[in-house]
Design a protein around this ligand. Sequence first.
Ligand SMILES: Cc1cc2nc3c(=O)[nH]c(=O)nc-3n(C[C@H](O)[C@H](O)[C@H](O)COP(=O)(O)OP(=O)(O)OC[C@H]3O[C@@H](n4cnc5c(N)ncnc54)[C@H](O)[C@@H]3O)c2cc1C
Length: 474
Amino acid sequence: MTVIVVGAGIAGLTAAWHLLASGTPPTDITVLESSNRVGGKLALAEVAGSRLDVGAESMLAVRPEAPELVREVGLGDALTTPATTSASVWSRDRLWPLPTGTLMGVPADPEAVRGLLTDEEVDRLRDERPWPVELSGDVAVGEYLAARLGDAVVDRLVEPLLGGVYAAQARQLSMAASVPALHTAALRGESMLGAAQAAAAARAGTRAGAGAFCGIVGGLGRLPEQLQDSLRAAGVRIETGVTVRELARTQAGWRLTCGPVPSPSVHEATSVILAVPPPSAGRLLAGVAPAAAATMAGIEVASMAVITLAVDRRALDAAGHVLPGSGFLVPATDARTIKASTFSSNKWSWVGDLRDDVVFLRASVGRAGEVAPLQVSDEELVDVAVREVGQAVGFPLAPVVDSHVQRWGGGLPQYAVGHLERIAAVEAAIEGVPGLEVCGAAYRGVGIPAVIASARAAADRLQASRSSEERSVP
Ligand SMILES: Cc1cc2nc3c(=O)[nH]c(=O)nc-3n(C[C@H](O)[C@H](O)[C@H](O)COP(=O)(O)OP(=O)(O)OC[C@H]3O[C@@H](n4cnc5c(N)ncnc54)[C@H](O)[C@@H]3O)c2cc1C
């Protein structure tokens, strides 16, 4: 079997790694990546002389996939947990502690959100109302929760939390895909506050707070770099700067047309794994599985930017200014430009230890359907990040000794209502195409563990179909 993996984000690299690990007899694997580096949304960049994550920076550790992969590639010793997870919400001009014990913002105990929500808003939250009709399918999480618990908890808690993961508008986001525990309760007509209480009880005694997340000393960006090294050492070819433009069936398998139209290059393989974002998947599937292609092309993507700041630590210390906790979320309803800030030097000990004289933090800008805040220069993005983080913490961030702006055009796929059904149809269509698999953030979870799981499953399906083909050869 010769396999071409298209896309060298964490999905494509993991798929190749998993094929290699489970491939008997050995498989000939090539990874083709359009950009000039591997890793996709996992990326390191130099800020004030230090390498820091400018994309994803934290992984859920309550699922096993991320720590497992980190250990498999030999980075187990560098696994770390956040030094603090005490985050805030910058709401109505002040920072409020982000309540713990919520199920994606729905509190187990409404008292826990008093302050962040006004007394009237807490009363409305307690007065849980029924959804007007029996729910039989998917629904927008924000719309549903607002009807039952009031707008405030959605605007000031649920949406900022979901925005941090999906860059999404809660009132358009699939409940089934984004908060399945709430969706299951909703289908049964159960209380949302009750579902949050049940989730809190189930979590009791399991890893919570800092233990629920992990990172890598030196940055998550080390993971794809290490995967690339390990894959190459095992004989996998990884070619960057190669954009796959077209996928076509041949008698023996697949032909991939790559590179610029005037001087294309052609690759052939018996099997292909597409590990690319929805717009690329839509284009590549067009001639192969048209209905699946149309669905993938129809998945919206949200663009964003991560602004990393290096601030003079001595000036902050001299003024007695301390950044509080791990950072804060910003409700969209307050009409700020930034949607969140992470105080990286507080959150990760290894970042705090990088420089005695510098504090590192980052801010993110960009929500689904909002492009205007990103249509400005890098300097303006830095200015707005410095200004708004300063307003939130109540002191100026000065002097800024270095900054870095990373733009993520189409960074996160949006899981609209009905996403899981549409994805099931895509998967069924792909299943009917021998030697083709898809994986990545567009399908069943945007977080790194879910993406790793999707890549492993794609590799397993390919191996399984090969085994059954071999068995059927007389
Ligand atoms: C700013 C940001 C912060 C995030 N933070 C976190 C976090 O802290 N924790 C977390 O769990 N998740 C986080 N996520 C989500 C997570 O990082 C991503 O969902 C995940 O990394 C996506 O991996 P992927 O391999 O599916 O896609 P990608 O990383 O997008 O990789 C796809 C690759 O395919 C390549 N490609 C596209 N088209 C072609 C083509 N035609 N030919 C060849 N190559 C092609 C692209 O160049 C890219 O390298 C974050 C996402 C963003 C944008």
